[in-house]
Design a protein around this ligand. Structure first.
Ligand SMILES: Nc1nc2c(c(=O)[nH]1)N[C@H]1C(S)=C(S)[C@@H](COP(=O)(O)O)O[C@H]1N2
Ligand SMILES: [Mo]
Length: 203
C-alpha cells in the first residue's frame, strides 16, 4: 500500500490476530470521528521545547523537532482504542519508530521500563519490551498532514497494541528506568498492562 505521495504505508491493523480476538476489542464501539481526550486542555509547544531522553542510557539526548523529523520516518495504518470505549479504525500516523531512540541513546542492559513525560504534566509508562515493538511510534504526522495540536501535535506517542492512554501526547521526555514506575492514569487505577483484547482496563 502507498499513500498519496507514493510513500509506503505499513499495515498494523492486524495486531489483534496475535490475541486471537476480533479487530474491534470487546466492549468497544467503533466511531468515525476522532474524539479528543486530554486531562487538562492543549498545552503549546514552544520554540525551546524538545524531546529529552534520559535515565538508564549511555547517551542522554535532546532532540529538537527538526532532529526528530530527520530520523528515518515510517507511515503506518493502525487502529486506536480508548479505554473509555471508543475505537477509531484505520488511522494513519507518520513518525519515527521508538526503537530508533533506543539505538541512538544506547539503552543500558538493566533498563526494563519506560516513563513518557508530556508538556501537560501527563505521564504514562510501559515495559521497555512493549515500547520496542514495531508499532510504537513517535508520531508527528496524521493522515498526510502535521499532527493537529489537540491530538498531541507536534509530537506524540502511539501504541496501537494498548489502550490509547499509553500514548503520551505532546511528549517531551522519555525516561528509561531500571524498575517499573507508574504514570498518571496508572496511579489512578487504570491497568498497567492495558491490552484492549483482554479488556485490561483497570488494575
Ligand atoms: N499528554 C497527554 N497525553 C495523553 C492524554 C492526556 O491527557 N495528556 N490522554 C490519553 C488518553 S486517555 C487518550 S484516549 C489519548 C487520546 O488521544 P486523542 O485526544 O488524540 O484522541 O491520548 C492519551 N495521551
Ligand atoms: Mo483514553
Amino acid at each position: 500500500m502507498t499513500d498519496s505521495q507514493g510513500a509506503a504505508v505499513e499495515d498494523h491493523t492486524d495486531l489483534y490476530r496475535e490475541y486471537g480476538a476480533d479487530r474491534v476489542p470487546p466492549g468497544q464501539r467503533e466511531t468515525d470521528t476522532f474524539p479528543v481526550l486530554s486531562k487538562s486542555g492543549t498545552p503549546s509547544w514552544g520554540p525551546d521545547d524538545a524531546l529529552e531522553v534520559w535515565g538508564a542510557v549511555d547517551e542522554p539526548l535532546t532532540l529538537s523537532l527538526e532532529a526528530v523529523r530527520s530520523l528515518p520516518a515510517v507511515t503506518q495504518r493502525q487502529d486506536f482504542h480508548c479505554v473509555t470505549g471508543w475505537s477509531k479504525l484505520d488511522c494513519r500516523f507518520t513518525g519515527v519508530r521508538f526503537a530508533e531512540l533506543t539505538e541512538r541513546a544506547g539503552v543500558d542492559d538493566d533498563a526494563v521500563h519506560v516513563v513518557f513525560h508530556a508538556l501537560d504534566g501527563y505521564t504514562t509508562d510501559l515495559p521497555l519490551s512493549e515500547c520496542t515493538r514495531e508499532s510504537v511510534l513517535l508520531a508527528y504526522g496524521y493522515d498526510g498532514d502535521d499532527l493537529p495540536a489537540d491530538h498531541g501535535g507536534p509530537l506524540r506517542v502511539v501504541t496501537p497494541h494498548k489502550y490509547a492512554y499509553k500514548g503520551a501526547k505532546w511528549v517531551s521526555g522519555v525516561e528509561f528506568c531500571t524498575e517499573p514506575k507508574r504514570g498518571y492514569w496508572e496511579k489512578r487505577g487504570y491497568s498497567d498492562t492495558a491490552n484492549p483484547w483482554n479488556e485490561e482496563r483497570y488494575s
